[in-house]
Design a protein around this ligand. Structure first.
Ligand SMILES: [Zn+2]
Length: 161
């Protein structure tokens, strides 16, 4: 679908009223953009104009038989794209919030991290993979350090007895 300026202005007006810009806890500070309401056709049109995002339905949120329809995106690229498309029509408070969530310091996705949390490089030599849990990595240097610490502790305890 070709997005027209009218489409984007319409979407921005809707977002100004019903949209929400937040940050996730895990992974830390991933931008979450949502737009939801009880009119399915309106949320449908918003989704078509954006051209990405996921849809959710929450039954009973506002009373029996009522369904709340929600469009949501949780990737940085899509948050950035949404904000860029709607930007010219957003109010000052929204613009400020949008800039804030895009600038929040994020933790890179676990699998794309190049270093462990103690700064050791995940190279061939230092990376151990869990058998039975694909994609899970662990740092050999940290593991070796942990076992040294616990061995030393055990040794101390044995002497004290
Ligand atoms: Zn490490």
């Amino acid at each position: 679908m070709e997005r027209t300026r009218e489409d984007l202005a319409w979407a921005a007006g809707l977002f100004e009223g019903e949209g929400c810009l937040t940050l996730s806890q895990r992974p830390r500070n991933a931008p979450i953009v949502t737009m939801g309401m009880m009119d399915k056709d309106v949320v449908d049109r918003f989704e078509v104009i954006m051209g990405f995002g996921k849809r959710y339905q929450e039954a009973e949120r506002y009373g029996p038989g009522k369904i709340f329809y929600r469009w949501q995106t949780t990737t940085f690229e899509h948050a950035q794209a949404t904000i860029a498309m709607l930007w010219p029509w957003l109010g000052e408070r929204r613009k400020q919030r949008a800039a804030e969530i895009l600038a929040a310091p994020r933790t890179p996705h676990y699998r794309t991290r190049t270093h462990c949390k103690h700064g050791h490089l995940y190279d061939e030599e230092n990376t151990k993979h869990w058998v039975g849990s694909p994609g899970t990595r662990y740092c050999r240097q940290c593991a070796a350090h942990r076992s040294r610490v616990s061995y030393a502790k055990k040794k101390r305890e044995m002497k004290e007895v």
